[in-house]
Design a protein around this ligand. Structure first.
Ligand SMILES: Cc1cc2nc3c(=O)[nH]c(=O)nc-3n(C[C@H](O)[C@H](O)[C@H](O)COP(=O)(O)OP(=O)(O)OC[C@H]3O[C@@H](n4cnc5c(N)ncnc54)[C@H](O)[C@@H]3O)c2cc1C
Length: 336
């Protein structure tokens, strides 16, 4: 019995109005999958669609457990091109999981440990904490937080999966069609060398917020669009601010709106500026406008290298169910 049968091309994730030299991301070679040259349909126990942080974390966990799986990703690199540092603060609990997966040492060597946070309203410090002073943080061998750009974690996961050798990673393999029945799911995959089909007992949808599977399966969800607008600036300074998390609930240098400030790997600071609800995302991300904002915060003489700038807004969506036949929705595909 056929549960669903859809054929449609998925939209590629993309981010508008970004600028800056950006980051250098690793590139992974396309290798023609065996199915391209075979008439026989191969059935895999697990196919993971999407090699972002969640798809790769699952792939690494399965590899550790010796569960065979195939992961396909439409890109040839980690993360989403043009989408900056993205997730940056990794908590003790996440670091414990990364320790189990075998990548904690790499994260600790590259990232920045911090435990002190300060919150300001105007010029006044209204709250501060040092997580190392709180007893429960000593129950773990991982630090309270490590800041690191999301793509580094994804790159370490790729390395680890390759070391473990149980899960096959297929780059530039894009899911473009899907159907499922009581027996299995059949996925249509487009590659630079042609299109092929693959069967799966379980499909993990880790394609992120633009999930094509969620659309094809007509998964019901609740949605709410916030009017909160932000602009991220990833910058390098000649003079370093303290290695602490600073937050302003009212920042005089940002028209009394909020600001978050964190140090990440490679001496890059991530500063998130809250914008007016009706702010034009293209205007607020312009390099001259960003430089002016940085000068208001750090002084007219501040010397900065802009690594990346981009606007973002929140939309919350939550699906009514995580499992749809053979498809399991994961991370940002079911909610964001
Ligand atoms: C500008 C910005 C700033 C952010 N800041 C933070 C932050 O400070 N803290 C935080 O916690 N989070 C932050 N996030 C959110 C965080 O990045 C996401 O929650 C996280 O990336 C979701 O992971 P994911 O694996 O579900 O999806 P994604 O990271 O989106 O990965 C999806 C993957 O699926 C692949 N894919 C998509 N469609 C297909 C297809 N048809 N076939 C094959 N592959 C496909 C893509 O190539 C991609 O690799 C930010 C995001 C953005 C954009």
């Amino acid at each position: 019995m056929s549960l669903t049968a859809y054929k449609e091309t998925a939209p590629t994730n993309s981010y508008q109005f970004t600028s800056g030299a950006g980051y250098e991301l690793p590139e992974y070679a396309f290798v023609a999958p065996p199915e391209l040259h075979s008439e026989k349909l191969v059935r895999h126990p697990v196919v993971i669609v999407g090699g972002g942080i969640t798809g790769l974390t699952l792939a690494c966990s399965l590899a550790r457990l010796g569960v065979k799986a195939v992961l396909i990703d439409e890109d040839n690199t980690v993360g989403v091109k043009g989408a900056s540092s993205r997730g940056i603060c990794y908590t003790q609990k996440s670091l414990e999981i990364f320790e189990r997966l075998g990548i904690f040492e790499r994260i600790a060597a590259k990232g920045v440990q911090w435990s002190v946070g300060r919150t300001f309203a105007g010029e006044d410090e209204v709250y501060s904490f040092d997580l190392r002073q709180q007893g429960n943080f000593h129950l773990s061998s991982q630090p309270p937080f490590i800041n690191i750009q999301q793509f580094y974690i994804e790159g370490f996961l790729v390395e680890r999966i390759q070391e473990l050798g149980v899960v096959e990673l297929r780059w530039q393999n894009r899911l473009t069609g899907f159907e499922q029945n009581a027996e299995c799911a059949t996925l249509t995959v487009e590659t630079p060398a042609g299109t092929y089909s693959i069967e799966a007992e379980h499909v993990i949808d880790a394609t992120g917020s633009h999930s094509p599977l969620r659309k094809w399966l007509s998964v019901p969800f609740d949605s709410r669009r916030g009017d909160d607008r932000w602009c991220i600036a990833d910058v390098r300074f000649t003079t370093r601010p303290p290695v602490e998390r600073h937050t302003w609930i009212e920042a005089p240098f940002n028209e009394n709106r909020a600001v978050w400030q964190h140090l990440m790997a490679d001496d890059v600071w991530r500063i998130d500026y809250q914008m007016a609800p009706n702010a034009d995302p293209e205007y607020v991300s312009r390099e001259d406008v960003v430089r002016e904002r940085l000068q208001r915060q750090f002084g007219a003489d501040v010397q900065v290298e802009i690594v990346w700038v981009g606007p973002y807004a929140y939309r919350s969506e939550c699906v009514h169910g995580m499992r749809h036949g053979r498809v399991f929705l994961m991370a940002e595909s079911p909610m964001r």
